[in-house]
Every structure is written in structure tokens, then in C-alpha cells.
Design a binder for this molecule. Structure first.
Ligand SMILES: NC(=O)c1ccc[n+]([C@@H]2O[C@H](COP(=O)([O-])OP(=O)(O)OC[C@H]3O[C@@H](n4cnc5c(N)ncnc54)[C@H](OP(=O)(O)O)[C@@H]3O)[C@@H](O)[C@H]2O)c1
Length: 252
């Protein structure tokens, strides 16, 4: 049995990782700003972070925050080094080195920190979780017309499959950058949005808007896709159907 700290272990991905590691018989600590007894703001670090990391063999870093992920990673890595952690596992995003989107630039910077940390490390990059697309479509379907970026595709993946892989990696030896993981289908945003509208019983005219800028060009070129690693099984429709079964369907 090893002691594993899952940062962001209450989040969309982290809670599934935590569940799987606990099922594997490990002692799992969950760290987030609100989860006692390891309620820590990683951007601040301090003695509470040191206490959370003391005695830990492996860290799975799933926490993320709109601003401050780089400082958070610096604090976490420094604490991990002090505590003699042997394996640092980081979840990243396919294309962080190809798409100059601000959040992706931060993810890439954190990858570099992990690689240069002196700790044993593993980095897994995946495509977008189905949950994220639903959140996005919820937002853009509020106005009477649904505006979507023109000529952009996506390859969403089921988060429980990512959690399974991440838990597997966390239980193994440091592996460096492992193969990217993408969802089963590369689809246009429009086709994914129409599936969402159908599943939630909403009617919206869809208007595709060409956007400017380097990040948009890189998304349009498919920099965030991994068609050669379409290893995911669950489709967006499977996800929407399961969600509807849990009461998150119509008007959801
Ligand atoms: N979503 C995607 O499509 C996708 C795709 C590929 C990779 N990823 C990566 O997967 C990871 C997890 O994403 P997610 O969608 O599961 O995130 P999420 O649902 O937003 O969860 C974020 C977690 O981080 C914790 N957290 C936030 N700020 C914190 C802070 N300052 N200090 C400590 N904990 C903090 C949150 O809990 P508290 O609020 O209690 O702090 C929560 O547990 C991220 O690194 C993300 O980049 C996501």
C-alpha cells in the first residue's frame, strides 16, 4: 500500500481518480481549498501544504484554478521535494505545445516545471472531457442564437476513462511523457452542439462565427486533437444519455 495525495481530488477528474486509487487499496489524501483535513490553497503553500505532503509516496496533481496554476505547481513541487515524494503525476492537455491559448501556455509551463523538478514524473495529456463540452454548450445556448467557433473540431473523452488511466499510471513507476489519450471520435463543434441540443430538448439556431488570432487558427488546424490516439470508448452521445438518466437531460 502506498500513500497517494490527489490534488483537486474533489474535481471532475480528481474524484474519479481518488475513487479508483482507494479501490486499489491505497491510502489516499484529497487536497483542495475546501477538503478537510487537507484544505490548502496551493497558490499559497505554507505549513499546511507541507503537512499534507509529509509521508506521501506519490502525488497526482489534478487541481486547477483559473489563475495561479504555475505558482501552485511551484509550491507543490517544492513541498514534494522536501518530503521525498518519489512520483509526481500530472494531467495535461493535448496540444499545449501547439495551441497558444493562455490556459494551455500555463499547462505547458507546469509541464516544464514537473520535468525539471528532479522528482520521478509522469505526464498524461488528454483531449477535452465530455463534461467540459456540456458546460460550454450550457453557456452558449443561453442566448436565443447559439454562436459557435467556425471550422473547429473536437475529440471529447469520457473522464472516467482518463481517471482509470491516471490511476494506473500513479500505481506504476515514473514513466515520463506517456502516449496522449483522445476520445473515440473527432467531430465538428456543430455536430457536438446539435447532439447537446437534441439531448436537452432545446431549439436554437446555430451560427458559426469565424474568429481571429493565433490560438483560434491553431484550434482550427486541430492542434488540440489526437486522432492517432483515439483510444477512448465512450462517445458524447453515451455521455449525454447517461446524464439524462441521472436527471441532467431536458433543459439541463
Ligand atoms: N476539463 C477538461 O476537459 C480537461 C482535459 C484535459 C486535462 N484537464 C486537466 O485535468 C485537471 C482537472 O480538471 P477538472 O476539469 O477535473 O477540474 P475541476 O473540476 O475544476 O476541479 C478543480 C479541482 O482543483 C481544486 N482547486 C482549485 N483551485 C485550487 C487551489 N488554488 N488549491 C488547491 N486546490 C484547488 C478544486 O477544489 P476546491 O475548489 O475545493 O479548491 C477542485 O477539486 C486540470 O489540470 C485540467 O487542466 C482537463
Amino acid at each position: 500500500m502506498t500513500t497517494i495525495l490527489v490534488t483537486g481530488g474533489t474535481g471532475t477528474l480528481g474524484r474519479h481518480v481518488t475513487e479508483r486509487l482507494r479501490a486499489g487499496g491505497h491510502e489516499v489524501r484529497v487536497l483542495s481549498r475546501h477538503s478537510q483535513p487537507y484544505a490548502v490553497d496551493l497558490r499559497e503553500g505554507g505549513s499546511a501544504l507541507d503537512a499534507a505532503v509529509t509521508g506521501v509516496d506519490t502525488i497526482v496533481h489534478c487541481a486547477t484554478t483559473p489563475r495561479g496554476d504555475e505558482q501552485a505547481a511551484r509550491n507543490l513541487i517544492a513541498a514534494a521535494r522536501r518530503a521525498g515524494v518519489t512520483h509526481f503525476v500530472y494531467i495535461s492537455i493535448v496540444g499545449v505545445d501547439r495551441v497558444p491559448f493562455p490556459y494551455y501556455k500555463v499547462k505547458l509551463a507546469v509541464e516544464r516545471l514537473v520535468e525539471e523538478s528532479g522528482l520521478g514524473w509522469t505526464i498524461l495529456r488528454t483531449t477535452q472531457f465530455h463534461d467540459l463540452l456540456v458546460k460550454m454548450f450550457q453557456g452558449v445556448s443561453k442566448p436565443p442564437v447559439m454562436l459557435l467557433p467556425a471550422r473547429v473540431k473536437d475529440q471529447p473523452i469520457e473522464v472516467t476513462e482518463v481517471a482509470e488511466r491516471l490511476a494506473e499510471l500513479a500505481q506504476g513507476a515514473p514513466a515520463g511523457r506517456v502516449d496522449d489519450m483522445g476520445g473515440p471520435e473527432v467531430r465538428t463543434f456543430e455536430s457536438l452542439a446539435r447532439s447537446y441540443l437534441r439531448a436537452t430538448g432545446r431549439r436554437r439556431p446555430v451560427v458559426k462565427v469565424p474568429l481571429g488570432g493565433a490560438a483560434y487558427r491553431a484550434f482550427r488546424a486541430g492542434g488540440h486533437l489526437a486522432p492517432e490516439h483515439a483510444v477512448g470508448k465512450g462517445t458524447f452521445e453515451d455521455f449525454l444519455a447517461a446524464r439524462a438518466g441521472k436527471g441532467g437531460g431536458r433543459a439541463g
